[in-house]
Design a protein around this ligand. Structure first.
Ligand SMILES: C[S@@+](CC[C@H](N)C(=O)[O-])C[C@H]1O[C@@H](n2cnc3c(N)ncnc32)[C@H](O)[C@@H]1O
Length: 281
């Protein structure tokens, strides 16, 4: 693992804001206001959603991003939202074309191809918070595991992890990432449908981390039955403010304790990402 400041590269990174100010004078004000002020950094790739009315200013935007982050090798313009079962995104490269990168997060390294898998750098702090709760010897289950950003930090705490992921590219990158981060012997990767996990996994887990894909399921019950007595689940879900209250109420009426319910980003008008820590008993 790395030491030093690069370990603490983080996502809710306010350094990734303020692009508009940098471009003042290069793009007319009435158009500049349409440019998102922020962008996402995954490894050496910058991702931004540039409206079509700003197409003629791509070169200026590229120059501004490179001035901020000289290590960037590729800049991608998001041409659609996250879509399909694998939750991938359509991009149009406006600088460079290498879509493979190594993203560093709190000392862990994630290798991935951003066009083949889902990865968001915005959840790094929550991933660290959850990993910090893991005790050596825990048995952990991660459905919808992606390239392993919840799996690897948990395994590095001395737990055994079963990870399920449907996208074969994500499974391959996750396998590489377990090796790169020295936890391959603690992680069992299953390529398959996590919604069927109850049919083929019989054991109980002390911790289940459920990074639900947007729009797939709006209930954690499928997985909560796999929690051991006194186990904890971390449910990442998408709801509006009314729905989340109803979901919390339903869980409490079902005998679960909600240890924490935190809003963590806005993904659509009035739709938020929530992280709930749920205790079985
Ligand atoms: C929101 S992403 C989360 C990925 C990863 N946990 C992360 O936070 O970067 C959801 C992931 O679930 C996978 N997926 C979607 N439906 C699935 C299913 N039924 N069974 C297993 N994996 C699934 C997608 O391929 C995607 O990698």
């Amino acid at each position: 693992m790395d030491s030093g400041e690069s370990r603490y590269q983080n996502i809710f990174d306010h350094n990734n804001m303020g692009l508009r100010k940098d471009l003042t004078g290069s793009i007319p004000d009435d158009l500049l206001i349409k440019l998102p002020d922020g962008y996402e950094i995954i490894g050496n790739i910058a991702i931004i959603g540039i409206p079509s009315s700003l197409t003629q200013y791509h070169d200026a935007i590229v120059a501004a991003l490179l001035a901020r982050r000289p290590s960037i090798h590729t800049i991608l313009n998001k041409t659609g939202s996250v879509y399909g079962p694998f939750r991938t995104t359509l991009f149009n490269p406006i600088f460079g074309k290498n879509l493979v990168t190594e993203h560093r997060e709190f000392g862990f390294k994630y290798h991935l191809d951003v066009s083949h898998v889902y990865f968001s750098s915005k959840m790094g702090s929550e991933r660290k918070r959850i990993a910090d709760l893991v005790k050596p010897g825990e048995r952990i289950f991660v459905p919808f595991a992606g390239v392993g950003p919840y799996v690897i930090p948990a395994a590095a705490r001395g737990s055994q992890v079963i990870a399920i992921e449907m996208n074969e590219h994500a499974c391959s990158w996750m396998a590489i990432n377990t090796i790169v981060n020295g936890v391959s012997s603690q992680v069992h990767i299953i390529r398959g449908d996590a919604l069927l996990a109850n049919n083929f996994i019989r054991q109980k887990f002390s911790r289940i981390i459920i990074p639900t894909p947007y729009g797939l399921i709006n209930s954690p019950y499928l997985f909560l039955s796999m929690l051991s007595d006194e186990g904890t689940a971390h449910w990442i879900t998408f709801s509006n403010s009314v729905q989340i209250k109803e979901q919390v109420c339903a869980l409490e009426q079902g005998g679960y304790h909600i240890l924490r319910c935190r809003q963590c980003g806005n993904v659509a008008p009035s739709v938020y990402r929530w992280i709930l820590d749920i205790k079985a008993n």
